[in-house]
Design a protein around this ligand. Structure first.
Ligand code: NAD
Length: 278
């Protein structure tokens, strides 16, 4: 860990990092930004081809990278990822970004099939649980490092027709807060990222049966989504400041504050807005 002359730490500079879901979108942007900051990055993804593409991009950004196939919903694969990291770095990583996730939605509770609930929770929640379960003890033992968990503003926004996704992200938020409490005073930090729209491939291949819902989802992402590179940079700067919560966009902050100040009117308004938009 390098000291920051302005206070705080510069743990994202020349860091040895592991990023899950690094083959696209936000994970890829994290990997590239860590490379730009002089780091060595293990770019892991369920899709080996995409992970290798990211390795090239990290190299072009000035970093060193290594690809690994890892399905985060499988604990043995996350365990293997940690072994690979220790082998490659010769020590535990400085930063672990539990980012891999999938998007699902479009149906109300009761209509959405339980298979969708299982798929979403397996990757978005269990994937992050596995990442924390495997890496937190290694970092605690080392006495330094940082875990970055990618949740979403969906964790608190109560957006209709995406219950499984919302629940998975609320779980990631609670997990991160608990982890931060447990790790306080150990030298290991935790940051949880809660963005609204980010321009990525997350809606690609998402089977949304209702055309209106699919069209609105796509438009929202295209019109209001931020570039993943911006989100990665903001988050890593927050890691350097030791910040727990990263709610990077104005609308995400608005939702976060409204929900805390006026939870019941907020929830009724979320339902009304969704009905009006249809
Ligand atoms: P993306 O689809 O562009 O990238 C996701 C990556 O994760 C892909 O490379 C995919 O192959 C990989 N992946 C999928 N399942 C996996 C698994 N089981 N194991 C390992 N890798 C797997 O999507 P993104 O938007 O970059 O999503 C990254 C994270 O950001 C997700 O957790 C998502 O929920 C979260 N997020 C996205 C947005 C957004 O608007 N894009 C907003 C808030 C939060």
């Amino acid at each position: 860990m390098r000291l920051n002359p302005f206070g705080g730490s510069r743990r994202t500079q020349q860091a040895d990092a592991v990023v899950t879901g690094a083959g696209s979108g936000i994970g890829r942007a994290f990997a590239i930004e860590l490379g730009r900051r002089g780091g060595r990055v293990i770019c892991s993804d369920i899709d080996g081809h995409r992970a290798r593409e990211t390795v090239e991009m990290v190299g072009a950004a000035g970093g060193k990278a290594f690809d690994a196939i890892c399905d985060v919903s499988r604990i043995n694969e996350v365990g293997n990822l940690a072994d690979t990291a220790e082998e490659w770095f010769g020590k535990p990583p400085d930063i672990v970004v539990n980012n891999a996730g999938i998007g699902r939605g479009g149906m109300v509770i009761g209509d959405a099939p339980l298979t969708e609930w299982h798929q979403v929770l397996d990757v978005n929640l269990w994937g992050v649980v596995h990442g924390c379960h495997v890496f937190a003890p290694l970092l605690r033992e080392a006495g330094h490092g940082h875990l970055v968990n990618v949740a979403s503003a969906a964790a608190f926004a109560a957006g209709p027709r995406m219950a499984a996704y919302n629940v998975s992200k609320a779980g990631v938020l609670a997990l991160s807060e608990t982890l931060a409490a447990e790790l306080s005073g150990t030298g290991v930090g935790v940051t949880v990222l809660c963005p609204t729209g980010v321009k990525t491939n997350i809606l690609e291949d998402v089977p949304i049966p209702d055309e209106t819902v699919a069209r609105w989802g796509d438009r929202l992402l295209r019109w209001t989504g931020r570039p993943p590179a911006t989100i990665a940079r903001i988050t890593l700067d927050a890691v350097d400041r030791g910040q727990l919560y990263v709610v990077p966009q104005v609308e995400a902050k608005l939702i976060w504050q409204s929900k805390r100040l006026l939870p019941e009117p907020y929830t009724r308004a979320a339902g009304l807005l969704e009905r009006l938009a249809r």
